[in-house]
Ligand binder design. Structure first.
Ligand code: HEC
Length: 202
């Protein structure tokens, strides 16, 4: 309980700061990336908020995954399940709170809800694949017949991810059982795992 509220508080403090820092960096030139300011009518403050929220979302997953590292006993089913599901739940929560559409998208997906949803998202994945130093960018695009702005942010594979996204045969049993169409395995550290996408219709 205590831990949770401390984390919430830190998130509240950290999120806007992170967003503003990143938007500033994007304006002055993020080292080795090609963040471009979107050509849209969305206020910079909203953009900063989205960027910050996605940084937190990514940190949430890394944090949860790292709790599995270095454990001597095999993790229980419950701890195994508590890594990427909460990220999806938090993405839905962010969508609800902000009127955004927050998604995770991957070409090698585990949950079919995370497959590319338009041509732009396929192109975005290809762009991240071809440009390893690219962390994120904005795009003007159509989604479900609405025009808007979309923010894309890379998701990279870390060592802690391999427990569930490593070799096919080494996947946890709950993954083998529940994801019959799974494509999200055989990754290596540093690979592109997928991306976050935040869409505002406007
Ligand atoms: C404990 C097992 C486990 C670990 C560790 C794990 N994942 Fe996942 N991952 C899953 C499961 C299960 C899903 C499908 C969740 C769902 O149904 O939405 C998933 C889904 C994802 C997705 C959404 C796209 C898709 O394929 O459906 C991304 C992106 C992702 N994981 C990235 C990572 C990254 C990056 C790490 C390491 C930091 C990581 N995962 C660690 C089990 C895991």
């Amino acid at each position: 309980m205590f831990n949770l509220s401390v984390r919430k508080l830190l998130t509240k403090l950290f999120q806007p700061l992170m967003g503003i820092a990143i938007v500033l960096l994007m304006t002055v030139g993020w080292p080795a990336t090609s963040y471009a300011q979107p050509n849209s009518t969305i206020p910079a403050e909203q953009l900063a908020k989205a960027v910050g929220a996605i940084e937190n979302l990514d940190a949430l997953r890394s944090g949860l995954a790292s709790t599995l590292e270095g454990t001597t006993e095999p993790p229980t089913l419950d701890t195994m399940k508590e890594v990427c599901k909460p990220v999806g739940m938090q993405a839905r929560q962010l969508s609800k709170e902000n009127g955004w559409q927050v998604k995770q998208i991957a070409s090698k997906y585990r949950n079919p809800a995370h497959q590319p949803d338009n041509l732009h998202s396929k192109m975005a994945l290809a762009k991240f694949e071809q440009t390893p130093e690219l962390m994120g960018f904005w795009d003007r695009e159509m989604l479900d017949n609405q025009s808007g702005t979309r923010y894309y942010r890379r998701i990279s594979v870390e060592a802690s991810c391999l427990a569930c996204h490593g070799q096919k045969d080494n996947r946890p049993q709950f993954v083998k059982d529940n994801y019959s169409q799974d494509l999200a395995f055989d990754f290596n550290v540093g690979d592109l795992r997928g991306m976050y996408a935040v869409f505002y219709s406007r």
